[in-house]
Design a protein around this ligand. Structure first.
Ligand SMILES: [Zn+2]
Ligand SMILES: [Zn+2]
Length: 759
């Protein structure tokens, strides 16, 4: 409370209510500062869901105040809603930050924020009392979501509660003029958390972290939302060891570069990508690798991209030195397991993988993986939504009752919806793993507590075998089932706030269809809650189920046997090195049995082409075949293979029957796999846009929405966007939630919201 001068008789006053991301990001001190600057009086307070300001001063000063308020807010703040009303001047003589007022509406919790430039400057300043302190933070940066145990957001309800601030830190914390005013994780080396280095036997040691990494050791490092396994990304040998110990044969490894300059040596970085890397969210950005780089191929085998991030905590800066500029930073877990986030578990479960453990004593309450983003045609597309974004809500059309959408089993997120807000959980992974499922349930509980949402209806996928469906069935609440691909499409419409009718395409791995077959290449028309399937890729039998999903060569076998008859066998024998019995078995099954599941999956189609070209015969991670096939594409190919679109009752069937012999023909003519891969992609672009043209003719709809895991394919999406826009379509794509199964829960929630509103 600072006295700002005598009351002026020409004063006016405004009452302002602001909603958005304004908690835990230094918004109130910012308001205080600009009020002081313009000699205004009044107050600012947090209501939980909004910030309220009463501002009093001369008209000129208030104008200046308002301009700064709306244009110069703290970097991590986001104003969504701004309401201002003139009120009678109450005659305040000071400006103060009032105590928070609790309201019943769901509150906004800030995600974790990357180290800000000011703190980095102090961190590098030998004269600063926090020189090289690995937990330096302020109101603009540091941990938030990952340390919050309860609401309202106050130090006593965070994992910092066990650290008592020293007099100096306390002074900063209590001073509204200080940039650490009410920075809940505020700390210094005298009073805050500290680091500890242990060897693989759990014994403390004093070696230098950088030299250990340089020597080729693997270190488990406790970061912001969980553990990373860290090693020198330029050391081929340690990469091999890491892959072997982690049983991660081929899946690309994310890296952290010391700074942007170093990154430029290895990857192409566009201005948008640079902004993302340096943003407070600091996600992993998927960049195109420069061809002539000296980086080990085993970082991202057979791909031309690299997932990269910049140091986002002060601790990360301590891991680099002059000789160490690129580190692998992969999730600290065993394959399939959830991210490890506490010291005890790390030592137990990462023993045998890590040689050293760099631990600290600031507990992580909510585990949170790194987010992953790529930029397509200048627009970011998030493919894993976690740190930096969660738990920010998405605005949706109001739902009539509180809902819990349970998501899909793979790449799971759940979604709690209340009123016009949807709270998506962080990426949780594949629920088949029982520890991941436990983490899922725990997270559900946390989210319900934080946002005080008590769901009265559950929403789940239609797949009866999904763990999420079974979990829904175990709970005594009304349930709504939503078809997998309709949920995908709805999530795309919801994040674009599009409520009218559209044409939609979902290209995906697999999802349970309304006819009990496995869908995955589906055209719809309609709006959220009311879709009609209009067309799909021709079904082929999905023989062998799960094994076939892991072994693309079997999918190639199915396609060739289906579409190439006698000759098919000859080619299968020539191009697919399958065990002899297998061909005969599949041939027999196809002929004799009609009892198999059918699939129109786009993922399986990519798998089959990838296997036939010898790109990927066995998927060692989800999506490997399609990703490697995309990476192979030559850039200047516009040729394509033939396709047909026919009518079956009310459905259009897209068939690639004629493509297969022609691919073989190209292979016989020794055409390069990269040529064939591009030609295959071009075929899809043409087939999809042709179908949309026909459907536009029939329905009069000109807006199309694209969703599903395959829309992560940059080559396909890029060319699709280009072609569809050329033909005059308005195209909606994903930016805020993943096109893959990580976005399903949002689609489920808005679909149920719509259905319940119509009752
Ligand atoms: Zn800071
Ligand atoms: Zn201190």
């Amino acid at each position: 409370m600072v006295l700002l001068g005598k009351k002026n008789i020409n004063t006016i006053a405004n009452k302002i209510t602001i909603r958005g991301i304004i908690q835990g990001v230094g918004f109130r001190p910012f308001v205080y500062k600009i009020a002081s600057k313009y000699s205004c009086t009044g107050w600012v307070r947090n209501t939980g869901s909004s910030v309220e300001i009463l501002i009093e001063g001369t008209a000129t000063n208030i104008k200046g105040f308002l301009t700064e308020l709306t244009t110069k807010s703290p970097p991590a703040a986001l104003i969504r809603d701004f309401v201002r009303a003139e009120v009678k001047p109450p005659g305040y003589t000071t400006f103060m930050i009032k105590e928070s007022r609790n309201q019943k509406e769901p509150i906004s919790i800030s995600p974790d924020l990357a180290l800000c430039p000011q703190c980095l400057k102090e961190f590098n300043d030998p004269a600063n009392r926090r020189f090289k302190y690995p937990f330096i933070n302020c109101t603009h940066c540091g941990p938030r979501f990952t340390i919050i145990q309860g609401i309202p957001y106050d130090r006593c309800k965070t994992t910092m509660s066990s650290f008592t601030m020293c007099p100096q830190c306390l002074e900063e914390y209590a001073n509204p003029q200080d940039r650490r005013f009410h920075a809940q994780p505020n700390a210094c080396q005298n009073c805050g958390p500290s680091l500890k280095l242990l060897d693989k036997y759990g014994q403390p040691c004093t070696e230098n972290y950088c030299s250990l990494l340089l020597q080729g050791y693997i270190m488990a490092v406790k970061s912001l939302g969980g553990f990373h396994l860290v090693c020198d990304a330029t050391n081929e040998k340690v990469l091999e060891t890491l892959r072997e110990r982690k049983s991660r044969e081929a899946k690309p490894l994310a890296v952290m570069a010391k700074n942007l300059e170093i990154l430029h040596k290895y990857c192409y970085v566009s201005p948008q990508e640079k902004n993302l890397l340096q943003s407070p969210q600091a996600p992993i950005v998927i960049l195109k690798q420069k061809k002539a780089t000296a980086l080990p191929a085993s970082l991202s085998p057979n791909l031309d991209t690299l997932g990269v991030m910049l140091p986002y905590t002060p601790l990360h800066h301590l891991l680099f030195d002059d000789n160490l500029e690129l580190l692998v930073m992969t999730s600290g877990n065993r394959s399939g397991e959830p991210l490890i986030y506490n010291n005890h578990e790390a030592i137990q479960k990462l023993a045998g993988i890590a040689d050293f453990f760099l631990l600290h004593n600031r507990p992580i309450y909510n585990r949170c993986d790194d987010s992953v983003i790529r930029v397509i045609q200048g627009i970011p597309q998030i493919t894993r939504r976690a740190r930096g974004f969660v738990p920010l809500p998405l605005s949706i059309s109001p739902v009539p009752t509180d809902l819990l959408a349970l998501g899909a089993d793979l790449k799971n997120t759940f979604c709690l919806a209340s009123s016009n807000k949807a709270f998506l959980s962080q990426h949780l992974g594949d629920l088949e793993n029982c520890n991941t499922f436990l983490a899922y349930k725990k997270n559900l509980q946390h989210f319900q507590e934080y946002f005080q949402i008590k769901p009265t209806t559950l929403v789940h996928d239609l797949h009866p075998g999904y763990l999420t469906t079974q979990y829904a069935n175990s709970l005594a609440l009304p349930k709504i089932g939503v078809q997998h691909h309709q949920a995908h499409l709805s999530s795309c419409l919801a994040e674009n706030n599009f409520t009218k009718e559209v044409l939609g395409l979902v290209c995906d791995g697999s999802g349970y269809g309304l006819d009990h077959h496995i869908w995955g290449f589906e055209f719809f028309s309609g709006s959220i809650g009311n879709f009609q399937r209009l067309a799909h890729l021709e079904y082929v039998p999905l023989l062998g189920g799960e094994t076939t999903i892991q072994k693309p060569e079997r999918m190639a076998l199915i396609y060739l046997l289906t579409y190439c008859q006698k000759e098919g066998i000859k080619w299968v024998e020539k191009y697919l090195q399958l065990p002899p019995g297998q061909i005969a078995l599949y041939e027999k099954l196809l002929k004799d049995s009609h009892n198999y599941v059918l699939t129109s999956s786009c993922g399986r189609l990519f798998d089959a082409v990838a296997a036939l070209l010898g790109v990927c015969r066995t998927n060692k991670y989800e999506g490997q075949g399609p990703m490697e096939l995309e990476a192979l594409c030559q850039t200047d190919i516009s040729k394509s293979y033939p396709f047909t679109i026919s009518e079956d009752n009310t459905l259009k069937i897209l068939s690639l029957a004629e493509m297969w012999p022609q691919i073989i023909n190209d292979m016989e003519r020794k055409k390069e796999p990269g040529y064939i891969a591009a030609k295959f992609h071009q075929t899809l672009v043409k087939m999809i846009s042709k179908t949309f043209l026909i459907l536009r003719e029939e329905t009069g709809l000109n807006t199309v929405a694209l969703s599903g895991g395959t829309m992560q394919n940059m080559y396909l999406l890029h060319h699709l966007l280009e072609t569809l826009r050329e033909k005059g379509f308005i195209v909606l794509t994903h930016h805020k939630v993943p096109p893959n199964d990580g976005g399903i829960s949002l689609g489920q929630a808005v679909t149920a919201g719509r259905l319940l509103s119509c009752v």
